[in-house]
Design a protein. Structure first.
Lengths: 293, 608
């Protein structure tokens, strides 16, 4: 087994463990390359099927192509696709692009708050109806107590401290200083009522591993990652007001891999195009403690 | 962090996890800082900026500051935890897991060390062996890290003296020998000065060994897993019928050995057998075999009922152990001590079982290696040799035979509170349940009416009748009709619906799956009382297996049990007293049971 095989096997093991142990499980799909790889790994784990609902938080400021891509594969791969949103903030225009908040607060409203209340079932969830080929309000409102998230330890500081199975308390708070031990391949799969667990199957993957795996498996990713001829591409995807493309000529996956490995990006952080990180003192700790992924 | 990780992890290159442990302030951070700096694994300009910051603050530069600077980037001032650093040599890529030396962070150290293939134990040449030098040594050994190298650090503080190094080496070797650890090497180093880290130093000409970096490259990855007997903990059974997929797939990760299409397989503890029909996967070429560490899935040639938690093995290879009672070495991290009488959850491979602490043989205080024979409980950070007993048998290995299926964790109050390794199967001995029955019967306070007298007056003997079968087999209807028929014939029969126990007697148990053992125990104890009262006591159990019945039989002793199964059954060796088809006429089923009761002389006559 080469290194990618080992990473794949460990992630599949973690996904199956989560599916076995959590009655009410969901997986966050941001449409980005990492959670798309995670979705692919779920198809590996469950032999072509994805028996776990996929949750996307729609800020309504995502680059439109991301949403088109989401819905195309939700239909094609027969996904149980669900999205949630912060209607109150959107209707009240309490956002950074509307000029009414700073970036961090905007992230908090449109992502953290929307996520928290979508997971708990307090706010409406919209589920794709495969017959009607459109979203309908989901009748099921039970809270998710296991949430699969595609974070990687190498992304930024706070994420390197994560466990594969990481408990959050009632208020979604992550107690970084007092995390449960993980012995061998036995994880925290028991949890008190009212708490929930985040599951991180991609923790050991690096940005380069992700691209190598995308190449090996021929996983379709959103075309924003590639230079379409204008000399720029996105390295990390988010909302368009806060995410800038980077200058790059890479038009294919293998060109991206070269760029990360030896080229111009070998010493530049992946999230350098994400404006909210620098407002958060260079890390995502403030946001992440409060439930940001 | 991500600034320099990009440089490494090249496709196809081997990667190794190393844990670095030792007492606080013995120089772990300096060793890591040195390794990062001297292998050119630091982000651009990092070394210069840390030197510059030291100069501005008029403090001497130390390599540990490099790690602090990197950690600050990672940590943003959050609490110490295990952190990962990445570096590479010509041979392979390394992930160093930096485990905190402080005792409070022991569970982080364990989390880190249990993922490592090799360990560096750092000892201060000046301070010598300290509490955590011993405790960490013991932990690393218990966690199964086989390749250990000891770095005797701060040799510059002791004038690079060979005698001091040799003395420390002798003392620490003696300690490690007691806990069955044989280090691959002892290396005298000064991480601060860079002596013997990347290359050999002229300051210690008497040292003829390898440098730290050379030693790392000599560590080997664990290849022997493939050669061991096949072990496949069944993680789950998948059937995605709703997505038009009829495959019934036994899924899991191969823990050891390998298997091929067409191989015979045996499931333990159930004892069921089948043949591998296919190896399933998504987006790969068809596979004919699967081996250690692969996450895989199989279809079987015959339809057999197996459950998650069983161990699939090859019956022609050495078999694992099956049992309820085993001697273990256990390390306890729980806030509350581990005590007898309390039920815990054990996770071993894919098996989950209710477990109790049966006996404490020895408790090791890892700081001074003293043993205590008389401790009544296992306290936080104790290493204990003890006997555990599960409520039902599980399949496992002695850890020296097969590691992955010989180690386990204990869950207390939703948290992993302990972990350990199995050293001996003791299932031949008397179980906790047997001890309990013996105690109970020895102390049973009988009334003045004897069982034979009751039988004469009742005109029937007492009996505990259990109907088994899958849900929907119609066993409840038959059980109720039997009660009614016996009653109408003047007999003292009572049918108990198990749902009534759930809502009544078992209301305190909640809905936890862990309490299945306790539910069964209560039914068994109730049966003992009601059969003592001379009743024909009738109840039903879903999906009963051999151990459920053996447990009920034992609990009902000295009285008798009669098992009637409807339709498909979950037994592998146990033969029910009566096997009936499911979906048959209720009256026919009742008269079959009544006939059997007559044959067994429980009842004399039965008129429909």
């Amino acid at each position: 087994m080469d290194h990618l095989d080992k990473l794949e096997a460990q992630s599949v093991y973690i996904l199956r463990e989560a599916y076995r142990e959590f009655k009410s499980l969901c997986m966050l799909w941001s449409i980005g390359k990492d959670s798309t790889v995670m979705l692919w790994l779920a198809r590996k784990a469950f032999f072509g099927h994805v028996p776990i609902p996929l949750v996307h938080i729609d800020t309504h400021f995502k680059i439109p192509e991301m949403i088109e891509y989401r819905d195309r594969f939700a239909l094609e791969w027969n996904l149980n696709m669900i999205y949630g949103e912060n209607l109150e903030a959107l209707d009240g225009k309490l956002t950074f692009p509307d000029g009414n908040t700073d970036r961090i607060t905007c992230c908090k409203y449109l992502k953290s708050e929307a996520l928290k209340h979508t997971l708990s079932g307090e706010w409406p969830r919209y589920r794709i109806d495969h017959d009607k080929r459109r979203y309908v309000v989901d009748e099921r409102k039970e809270p998710y107590n296991g949430v699969v998230v595609g974070v990687r330890a190498d992304e930024e500081g706070s994420r390197s401290k994560e466990r594969y199975f990481s408990p959050r308390d009632k208020d979604n708070v992550w107690d970084v200083g007092d995390q449960p031990p993980e012995f061998w391949n036995q994880f925290k799969t028991d949890f008190a009522p009212g708490t929930h667990v985040r599951i991180h199957p991609l923790l050991d993957w690096t940005e380069q591993n992700i691209w190598e795996y995308i190449e090996r498996e021929k996983i379709p990713v959103v075309s924003l990652y590639f230079n379409q001829g204008g000399g720029t591409r996105y390295r990390s995807l988010g909302c368009y007001p806060c995410t800038n493309p980077v200058n790059s000529d890479s038009q294919t996956v293998s060109e991206i891999i070269d760029e990360i490995k030896t080229g111009k990006f070998s010493n530049i952080a992946e999230r350098s195009g994400r404006a909210q990180d620098s407002e958060d003192g260079g890390g995502l700790e403030t946001l992440r403690r409060d439930g940001y992924m | 962090m991500d600034k320099f990780i990009k440089n490494i992890g090249m496709n196809g290159r081997a990667q190794m996890n190393i844990v670095i442990v030792g007492h606080v302030d013995h120089g772990k951070s300096t060793v890591i800082g040195r390794l990062l700096a001297d292998t050119g694994s630091l982000p651009q300009g990092k070394l210069e900026s840390v030197r510059e910051s030291c100069r501005r603050n008029s403090k001497p530069f130390e390599y540990a500051f490099l790690l602090d600077a990197l950690k600050d980037e990672q940590a943003q001032g959050i609490t110490i935890d295990m952190a990962r650093c990445f570096f590479k040599t010509a041979a392979r890529d390394y992930i160093i897991i930096d485990a905190p030396g402080h005792i409070e962070f022991l569970k982080n150290m364990i989390t880190g060390a249990s993922r490592a293939e090799s360990a560096l134990l750092v000892i201060d040449a000046d301070e010598g062996i300290k509490e955590n030098s011993k405790r960490h040594g013991k932990m690393v050994s218990m966690l199964g890290v086989k390749q250990v190298t000891v770095l005797v650090n701060k040799m510059d503080l002791v004038g690079y003296r060979e005698d001091i190094f040799e003395k420390l080496k002798a003392d620490y070797s003696a300690f490690l020998a007691q806990i069955n650890v044989t280090p691959l090497s002892f290396i005298p180093v000064s991480a601060r000065e860079g002596d013997n880290i990347v290359s050999l130093s002229e300051k210690m000409p008497w040292y003829k060994g390898v440098s730290v970096l050379e030693q790392l490259d000599q560590f080997t990855s664990d290849m022997e897993l493939q050669e061991k007997p096949f072990r496949f903990p069944v993680q789950d059974i998948y059937k995605f019928t709703r997505s038009n997929d009829d495959r019934r797939i036994v899924a899991g990760t191969v823990a050891a050995g390998s298997v091929q299409v067409g191989d015979e397989v045996l499931f333990l503890p159930s004892g069921k057998q089948s043949i591998i029909q296919s190896i399933e996967s998504f987006n790969t070429l068809p596979k004919q075999s699967a081996s250690a560490s692969e996450a895989s899935g199989f279809t079987l040639a015959t339809q057999i009922y197996v459950r998650p938690g069983e161990l699939m093995v090859n019956p022609s290879e050495p078999l694992p152990e099956v049992g309820c009672r085993f001697r273990v070495n256990l390390f306890w991290l729980g806030r509350a001590p581990m005590i007898k009488q309390k039920e815990y959850k054990l996770k071993l491979g894919s098996a989950r079982a209710t477990v109790k602490l049966a006996e404490i043989c020895n408790t090791l205080d890892a700081s001074d290696l003293s043993y205590s024979k008389s401790k009544p409980q296992i306290d936080c950070r104790d290493v204990s040799e003890c006997i555990l007993e599960t409520s039902r048998p599980i399949a496992f290995d002695i850890t020296s035979v097969s590691e992955a299926t010989g180690r386990f964790v204990i869950v207390d109050n939703y948290e992993i509170a302990g972990g350990g390794v199995v050293v001996e199967n003791l299932s031949a001995g008397e179980s906790l349940l047997q001890q309990h029955i013996r105690d109970r019967e020895n102390n049973w306070e009988a009334g003045l009416v004897r069982a034979e007298q009751r039988a004469v007056v009742n005109r029937h003997r007492a009996k505990f009748i259990v109907f088994t079968g899958v849900p929907g087999s119609g066993k409840r209807a038959v059980a109720k009709a039997l009660e009614q028929g016996l009653f109408q014939n003047g007999m003292n029969a009572y049918y108990l619906g198990v749902a009534n126990i759930d809502r009544g007697l078992d209301a305190d148990l909640g809905s936890l799956a862990d309490s299945a053992g306790e539910r069964l125990r209560r039914i068994g104890e109730l049966a003992r009382i009601l059969t003592d009262a001379g009743l024909i006591f009738i109840t039903t159990i879903d999906d009963a297996d051999d151990y459920d019945i053996e447990t009920l039989k034992l609990l009902n002793e000295p009285n008798d049990i009669l098992v009637v199964n409807l339709g498909e059954n979950g037994f592998s060796r146990y033969q029910p007293d009566l096997q009936l088809p499911d979906g048959g006429a209720v009256a026919d089923a009742v008269s079959s049971v009544a006939d059997l009761l007559k044959t067994k002389e429980i009842i004399i006559d039965y008129q429909i």
